[in-house]
Structure formats: structure tokens, C-alpha cells
Design a protein around this ligand. Sequence first.
Ligand code: SAM
Length: 204
Amino acid sequence: MIARQAHELAKRLSTGSAARAAAAAFAVLTAVAPVVRSQVQVPLVDPRSVAPYVPTPWHVVERMLVEADVTEDDIVFDLGSGDGRILMRAAKDRGARGVGYEINPDLVEEARSAVAAAGVSHQVEIRQGDIFEADLSRATVVTLFLMTSAHRRLRPKLLEELRPGTRIACYKWEIPGWNPSKTVTVPVSGSEQPIFLYRVGLHN
Ligand SMILES: C[S@@+](CC[C@H](N)C(=O)[O-])C[C@H]1O[C@@H](n2cnc3c(N)ncnc32)[C@H](O)[C@@H]1O
């Protein structure tokens, strides 16, 4: 059925009648759209999203917090906080406070539940929103697991809003163009994956 209409369209195009071709194209699209809609699961991804949800493995979370030297004096910002695990551990194990920004409302809910279940709701706030709209000025530590392109886009915001000396720990993807003060690797699923550590003002 669709193939026949496409064939018709091709025939009409070859006759050079633009109006008839446009009408035929519309007919084909009208026929195809419901078929495509019924066969393809279109994910509802927020257009502002810059990285898919992949949780940082628990042992990597622990290592990031150790390497960033997170203590009870810190306010950790996890940009794209997923299920809240980094902030939950920072609060529970190290007494830190935390702020997470997450675009996906389901993950926001999951993170708030996890934080409450861990008994650290008074230390950790999970905000639903875009990291590019976040106010980062209170952060003493920032954790990132997005993608290199997103880290590149974040660079000017990090420079503008974070105080000199603020620690940044990135899992897997670097901040392009910045020199890490330290890089460590962690075993993940049979290969070594990097954690890049930066200090604002000391990365050139
Ligand atoms: C790779 S996951 C990391 C999750 C968590 N930080 C962790 O380490 O387990 C990236 C997260 O960033 C979120 N995200 C992507 N773009 C975002 C945006 N513009 N604003 C807020 N969150 C975003 C995704 O929904 C996803 O949960």
C-alpha cells in the first residue's frame, strides 16, 4: 500500500507537476505516520538533556568522593544527579551537604526517595531542572558524569560561578581543554575507566 503510493509519487514527480507531487507526498506521509507511530516507541526525552541516564557504579562513587576529599565542610553539587547516589553517599558517609540538579522527573522522585530512605533529607536537596540554569555559587565540590560535549558547554558556567579552588570530579569524560590536577583509573566491567580531578583556577 505504502510502496504503491510512493511509486505513484515518483511517477508524478517525473511528470513535473509540483502541486500534484506535493499532494501525493502528503498522501504518503499521512499513510506512513500511523504505521510508524504504532511500530516505534518514541522515548519522551527532554530536549534539554545532554546525557542519557547511566548510574555511576557504587565503587566509583566512593572513589570520586575520596579523591575529591569530600568532608562535612563541603557542599557537593552533582549536575545531572540521576538516582541521587553520589549525594546520598557524600551525605551519609562523609557528612557533606549536597544539591542535585536533574532534568528527568522520574529520577528526581527516585533520588528524593533514596535520600529520605538513607535519612539524609536534611543534608541533600534534589532540584528538578536544567543544569545550565543552576546557581553553582555555593558549591565547594562538583561531580560530573555527562559527556565531553556537555562538559565543554558547561566550561564557561563553571568558570564564572565556581570559586577558585573548587574541586571538580568527572567520571569517564574529561573537561576538554582543561588540565586535570590528577587522573586516576578504576576497574569497571573489565576495563579501566578514568576519574578526572580538577581545581578551578588551576587547570591551565
Ligand atoms: C550519566 S547520568 C549520571 C547520573 C548520576 N550523576 C550518577 O553519577 O549516577 C547523567 C544524568 O544527567 C541528567 N541530565 C542530562 N541533561 C541534563 C540537564 N540539561 N539538566 C539536568 N540533568 C540532566 C540525565 O537525566 C541523567 O540522569
